[in-house]
Every structure is written in structure tokens, then in C-alpha cells.
Design a protein around this ligand. Sequence first.
Ligand code: NAP
Ligand code: GLV
Length: 311
Amino acid sequence: MRCALVSSSFDLRGYLGAEFERIADRIEIVDHRGHGADADIRLAIAWHPPADAFDYYPNLQAVCSLGAGVDNIIACPSLRPDIEVVRIVDPAQAQMMSGFVLWHVIWHQRRFKAYLDQQRDGIWQRLSQRNAQNVPVAILGYGEIGQRVAADLAQLGFPVMAWSRTAKPMSPAIRGFHGPSGLAAMLRETEVLVNLLPLTQETQGILNGELFGRMRRGGYLVQVGRGEHLVDEDLLAALESGQLEGAALDVFAAEPLPPAHAFWRHPKIVVTPHDACEVRVEAVATTLVATADAIRTGRRPPHAIDRARGY
Ligand code: NAP
Ligand code: GLV
């Protein structure tokens, strides 16, 4: 089976490398050319595909995302409705993501920003400490990654709440909320908000002034979903007013974050370059192999997303 590598922004072949070819050795990998139809291509790996990318592949059956999120593939105008979109589901990715989120939650809880400021000014002063039990954390999105993050936070003693679209069975240490009324109820108790939602029509712009206003004053945002979840100017206003004490931002509507953007030099914002977790090449390769096997045998690929739902 032949698989095209399709990206307008990323050197997929360079990233995937020899390990990928070893695991996916029965799949012929070809680079997307952007001219001339190729009727033999039935699979693709894509990340930010060009708008017309899939027009060149009339027999394409499945596109594998390079990550857990599929928003940049679904947004591609040439993606036909019958093409399956498959995402990465990898416990190792969830673990890496969890470490990143935990670091930021503890950064806020243990007041590391204040200590760095003190160090800069040569000030030796102990600050009052807060036990994890007194810092409620809410997670938007209780999926593959949100569940791992929630469990790890609860293990450290934080009161953890999690919000999903549909009601979910919860472990005793985590309080579940769902739907719009659930969100309002959860936010009333929230000090640290972690965004782990997929980007869909429903979730775009969800991190806005109204939502920040419902949180406890002096709260903190850990934004690791997608840049388009956040209304940038509303975050700046919430930081200015003190409604939020700080924010950790890993994802942005425009990536790389433009040099003149206010986030870069904001004293209450920590910026990272969409690097909360790296997708493992091995996970991409095994996903591709499983997708190819499913197509060969006429099954739906594992981890194919619901196109109507958008994630
Ligand atoms: P997932 O398993 O699909 O989980 C998504 C969760 O979001 C589910 O709990 C889902 O609810 C909930 N959700 C979706 N739409 C909702 C809505 N309208 N209202 C309330 N809840 C809603 O996704 P995942 O693997 O955990 O990944 C989540 C996202 O993290 C990705 O889509 C991506 O944007 C982001 N991500 C970022 C990085 C990074 O490096 N920064 C890395 C990996 C992933 P249900 O359970 O009811 O379906
Ligand atoms: C990264 O952003 C991913 O979706 O895996």
C-alpha cells in the first residue's frame, strides 16, 4: 500500500526517519508533489495539509494525523467526507503531557514566579505556602489526555474537576461535569484551568472573558489545547484586571507566535513553542500500520474520529 506524506509546514520525512520506515516497512512512503493525480495512494499522513492536497488522491481512504488533534486536517477543503481521519492515541504522549501540565500547576501553587522575581532583586523572603488540597484544578476535556492529567493531579492531592461533552464514569478522586450548565458550576470552584479540548466549532473561542470571569479571582490558565480556543485580548484583559494571576500558553492561533505579539514579553505569561509533548515516531508508525491493515481487511481504522463531531 502507498502512503503520501502531506504537510505545508513540516518536514514529515525528516521527522519520521529510519525508525518509522523500519516499523512501516510494508508501506511505500511517497512525498506529496502538489501536481498530477496519483490513483494508487490510499493512505496519507498529514499535518497542516495544503488546501488542495487531497484532490490529487482520488482513491484516498484514510488520513493519519501526526498528533492527537485533527483540526488542521478536518479544516482542509479538499478532504472528502468519506475519508477516514485517524488520530494518535498514545499513553506515552498522555504521560508527557501530564508532566508538562503538572509542572505549570505546581509553578502556580508554589509561587515560583514570585521567587524568580525575588531572586532577580536579591530578596530573601519566605512566602506563605499553600497546600495542594486548597488549589482546585479543573480540566476542560476528559479524554485520553485529560484523564491521565486528572489522575496524576489527584494523586498529588489537588481537588480535581473535569468537564466533557457527555457524562462520564468518574473515579472517586475526580468530580465530573458535562454540558454548558456543568461548565458554569465547575468554573465557580476553579482556581487553575487546564484546557485539553479538541478544536471544534463548539469549542473555538471558549477561553474568553466571560469564562475567565466565572473562575475564582487570581486564577491561572494552562492552555495546551489549540490556539483558536483562546480569545487573546480577553486573556490580556483578565491578566490586567487581576482576574487571572498568570497563564502558561503552549499553543497559538498563529504558530510560530509572531515576534510582535504581546504574549512574548508579558510578565504574567509563560510561552512554550507548541512543545507540551512530542509525538513519538513509533506511535505514528504503529498507527499507520494498523490503519493500513484495517483498510486492507475492510474494517474501520482504530482511532478514526467521528467526522460529524469533529474529534
Ligand atoms: P480526546 O480523547 O478526543 O478527548 C477530548 C475530550 O474533550 C473528551 O472528553 C470530549 O468529551 C471533550 N469535548 C469535546 N468537545 C467538547 C465540548 N463541546 N464540550 C465539552 N467537552 C468536549 O482528545 P485527547 O487525545 O485527550 O486530546 C485533546 C486535545 O489536546 C487535542 O485535540 C489537541 O487539541 C490537544 N493536544 C495538544 C498537544 C500539545 O502539544 N499542546 C498535544 C496533544 C494534544 P466526550 O468525552 O464527552 O467526548
Ligand atoms: C499536538 O498538538 C497533538 O495534537 O498531538
